[in-house]
Write a protein that binds this ligand. Structure first.
Ligand code: SAM
Length: 285
């Protein structure tokens, strides 16, 4: 028999897990696979900083996992309590188990299973930052994470992924954002949907291109900018390049064919946001 339905939010359980075969552990490890992430609609954030950022940003959290030996650290307890109050289960696991759940090059004693959130296409419109970054089919998770972090740093409005793209919720992409994932809206659209957004954009659409005729420092960024960046291998497609009001180029000396996608995005974003970015009074040398 079930009792009357309570309006109180569910408080998570506290569980100690001692076996690799535990279904929760198997499920979290399987989140390394894109297919499982897609089916479950959650992803793994590794490290106390990322999980704390997710909690601060109000993202849904399904599980808070920590190594048994850090369970009595105050910062871990505070984050665990916050996660539990939001309905997350708190799982205490041994180092042996945890080390199989996190990436080895940067072992962390805390991880969170966080609900995926994407911005709707309707949100891709000028905000306070006056610039959205459109990435055409980016493939490298490190590039995507670095770009999300840079968009956050310069105060741009968000990132729109156009066409088949790397998963922004892969562990590597999440890690490269250094927590900015939880502050920067990310939308995902098809090329057709993007061209509709572009048609409604009330400012300037700027494409970066190796054969762009305009020096990126001389382009007009006075109106809200939709900044289009090309794919790592093939650059900006002809269809998107044709949709630009201006095609800009970053001058290069030396033998390099091009700049890395994340570097080119950062250089251009700093130019677009230059008038808005100042050190606080007294901060400069
Ligand atoms: N082989 C590709 C091509 O032909 O475009 C190189 C792509 S590059 C690694 C990735 C993206 O970064 C480019 O599509 C462009 O958006 C941007 N990019 C890189 N270097 C650039 C430069 N010097 N000027 C303008 N955009 C650049």
């Amino acid at each position: 028999m079930t009792g009357p339905k309570s309006d109180r939010p569910r408080v998570g359980q506290v569980l100690t897990i001692t076996s690799f075969a535990n279904p929760r552990i198997k499920d979290i490890r399987a989140l390394d696979m894109p297919k499982h992430r897609k089916e479950r609609g959650v992803f793994v954030a590794e490290g106390l900083k990322l999980v704390t950022d997710a909690l601060a940003g109000g993202w849904p959290i399904e599980a808070f996992v920590h190594g048994t030996e850090v369970g009595d650290q105050q910062a871990v307890q505070n984050a665990a309590a916050k996660a539990r109050a939001r309905g997350a289960d708190v799982l205490s696991v041994s180092t042996a188990i945890l080390s199989k759940m996190v990436h080895r090059d940067n072992p962390q004693m805390v991880l969170g299973v966080i609900g995926q959130k994407l911005a709707p296409a309707a949100d891709v419109k000028p905000g306070k930052g006056g610039v959205w970054v459109a990435l055409e089919s980016p493939k490298d998770p490190g590039n995507l994470g670095t770009i999300v972090r840079t968009v956050d740093a310069v105060g741009a409005d968000g990132v729109v992924l156009v066409g088949p793209s790397v998963d922004p919720f892969s562990t590597e992409a999440v890690r490269a954002t250094m927590g900015s994932l939880f502050h920067v809206p990310i939308a995902r659209v098809t090329e057709g949907e993007f061209l509709t957004l572009r048609a409604a954009w009330p400012g300037t659409v700027v494409g970066t291109h190796l054969s762009g005729a305009v020096d990126y420092r001389e382009a007009d960024y006075s109106k809200p900018v939709l900044l289009m960046m090309g794919n790592e291998q093939s650059g900006l497609s002809q269809r998107l390049a044709a949709a630009a009001d201006q095609l800009v180029r970053i001058p290069q000396a030396g033998q390099a064919d091009s700049l890395n996608l994340a570097v080119a995005t950062a250089v251009t974003l700093y130019e677009i946001r230059r008038p808005a970015l100042r050190l606080a009074p007294g901060e400069s040398a």
